[in-house]
Design a protein around this ligand. Structure first.
Ligand SMILES: Cc1ncc(COP(=O)(O)O)c(C=O)c1O
Length: 356
């Protein structure tokens, strides 16, 4: 008897969901369907509306998050589609230290009179709950990028729903393996699939997952109209990456937990930020110059933006003009990869010794 997918662990779901039907001569893996159009009269019709390779990725991520998934051209295309949900003059509550691209989108919309943004300190739950009162949309990101703050998701979601607001949560850092926000009542989960989901620093893609059929239809309608669709190859790569998500997240988290302990004892490090789970940490050095010296002094760790790949990367976030001014100049965000942890530490330690 076939296993009920709902009874499977997420590790098994990552491997099995979104496969072609099991029948003689069917490929095990979903092929790349390169098509701009389809023979009329079916469900697909045109390449901006649907693609079987996207569908396979959407089925797999939907199964992991526990909802219905839509894939997008990028994480920010998915974010923009969610912000587009609310009407003119709506109030959107968002974390002050959310990903700077998401905050920049809100600022851009506000500057054009489209909505009003209320930025909050995410860990001040009382303040966030109070801000929910007048909101149409509460945008959460937990952990935040790069401050690594954590939201009280159930409390904020309850307050937002009591006020009649939607709640959307950017789950890029945690992945569905470490946090399933739809189980806490969140309406929309958003991903930069570019990061852990695809996991190999070779594709840019985004996704939205929801259990609400009406919201799904609205999001799908926006995607059809705006054309913010992923490339077929990107969807295929992201699905291939998803197959090992559990192994990569487990190793990257174990490496991060080990490194965080060692980093806290190094004299060049004035602060370590780590939410206790996941593969992303941040350290604060005494000023931009020391942090820049660190990022120039490693052989294994690559100075690069983005995160969630198999390779360890790090970045001084305030090198971006648009990063929040409340993020310390010397903060270096670290995306811990799946290499050997001793090799990672040896490389980091010699670079930190230089940056003292
Ligand atoms: C938390 C988070 N959300 C969204 C995005 C945007 O995703 P993308 O670069 O795929 O558009 C990023 C990118 O760094 C991110 O870190």
């Amino acid at each position: 008897m076939p296993a009920d997918p709902a009874d499977l662990s997420l590790a098994t779901t990552a491997v099995t969901a979104g496969r072609p039907a099991r029948e003689p001569d069917a490929p095990l893996n979903t092929p790349l369907t390169m098509a701009s159009t389809y023979v009329a009269g079916g469900d697909l019709e045109y390449g901006r509306y649907a693609n079987p390779t996207w569908t396979a990725f959407e089925d797999a991520l939907g199964a992991l998050e526990g909802g219905r998934c839509l894939s997008f051209a990028s994480g920010l295309a998915a974010v923009a589609t969610v912000f587009d949900l609310v009407g003119t003059d709506a109030i959107v509550v968002a974390p002050r230290h959310a990903y700077h691209g998401s905050v920049a989108q809100l600022a851009d919309l506000e500057s054009r009179g489209r909505l009003t943004t209320v930025l909050v300190d995410l860990e001040d739950t009382d303040a966030v709950v109070k801000a929910c009162d007048d909101a149409a949309l509460v945008w959460l990101e937990s952990p935040t990028n790069p401050a690594l703050e954590i939201a009280d998701i159930p409390a904020i979601t309850a307050a937002a729903h009591a006020a009649g607001a939607y709640v959307a949560l950017d789950n890029t850092f945690a992945t569905p393996l470490l946090q399933r926000p739809l189980d806490d009542g969140v309406d929309l989960v958003v991903h930069s699939a570019t990061k852990f989901l695809a996991g190999h620093s070779d594709a840019v893609m985004g996704a939205i997952v929801t259990r609400d059929d009406a919201l799904y239809d609205v999001m799908k309608g926006r995607r059809d109209l705006l054309g913010a669709i992923p490339g077929t190859l990107e969807a295929w790569l992201a699905l291939r990456g998803l197959r090992t998500l559990h192994l990569r997240v487990e190793r990257s988290q174990a490496n991060a937990q080990d490194l965080v302990r060692r980093l806290a004892a190094h004299p060049a490090v004035t602060e370590v930020r780590y939410p206790g789970f996941g593969g992303i940490a941040a350290i604060v050095l005494d000023g931009a110059d020391r942090a820049d010296l660190l990022t120039r002094s490693t052989h294994l760790w690559v100075h690069a933006t983005s995160l969630g790949g198999v390779e360890s990367t790090f970045e001084r976030r305030r090198r971006w003009r648009t990063e929040a001014p409340t993020i310390p100049e010397g903060l270096v965000r670290m995306s811990v990869g799946i290499e050997d942890v001793e090799d990672l530490w040896t490389d980091l330690e010699q670079a930190l010794d230089r940056a003292r």
